[in-house]
Design a protein around this ligand. Structure first.
Ligand SMILES: NC(=O)c1ccc[n+]([C@@H]2O[C@H](COP(=O)([O-])OP(=O)(O)OC[C@H]3O[C@@H](n4cnc5c(N)ncnc54)[C@H](O)[C@@H]3O)[C@@H](O)[C@H]2O)c1
Length: 167
């Protein structure tokens, strides 16, 4: 099975890619390798993934419509998308709010449009965030808890993604 996986050079994407390949899946990794944190760490993870012949990599921004939708022509057999690419962090949203909307909201719409083009596709998996629960102090968090008061732009974009995916 071929899996398209965004955020492949990130902390979670690297480990998910490794786990998928270990169970025999082909992984098409997508990442823009942005400098939000040291890109050498991302390159090092990528280097390890690229040692496996099951791994392909595209340096792309998930908000790049043409680049992303072009993947449907290149990998028409893809059966799953795991969408982990996102601009994370709360403090950074105070200095660069636009990148959250570009990567997290526009990127989400592009992923869903890509999904519509992939006919054999069975699953789209999206990583939201516990930040959507805002100041809620009731533990453990549950999907039945209120999510209408996110307390950061990051959280608001993650919640927006849930709503966009639902719709
Ligand atoms: N790590 C956590 O504790 C945690 C908790 C809740 C949710 N999440 C979510 O899980 C996902 C992965 O998180 P992570 O901890 O691995 O983060 P990470 O920052 O290590 O990885 C994200 C990767 O996405 C890439 N990326 C960012 N914007 C992109 C864009 N526009 N186009 C293409 N690539 C882009 C980055 O270069 C990075 O390699 C994110 O969606 C994050 O919001 C993480």
């Amino acid at each position: 099975m071929t899996v398209l996986l965004t955020g492949a050079a990130g902390f979670i994407g690297f480990h998910v890619s490794k786990a998928l390949m270990a169970r025999g899946e082909d992984v098409v990794g997508i990442d823009n390798l942005n400098p939000y944190y040291d890109p050498r760490l991302k390159q090092a993870r990528l280097g390890q993934l690229q040692e496996n012949s099951r791994f392909r990599f595209h340096q792309l921004d998930v908000s790049d419509r043409d680049g992303m939708l072009g993947l449907a022509g290149e990998y028409p057999q893809a059966k799953a998308i795991i969408h982990l690419a996102a601009q994370a962090g709360v403090r950074h949203s105070l200095t660069d709010p636009y990148v959250y909307v570009q990567s997290n909201v526009l990127g989400q719409v592009v992923i869903l449009e890509l999904a519509r083009l992939l006919k054999p596709l069975k699953h789209v998996v999206y990583a939201s965030s516990s930040s959507v629960y805002g100041g809620n102090t009731e533990l453990p968090f549950s999907v039945d808890q209120p999510v209408e008061k996110p307390n950061s732009l990051y959280a608001a974009t993650k919640r927006a993604d849930e709503l966009i995916a639902y719709t």
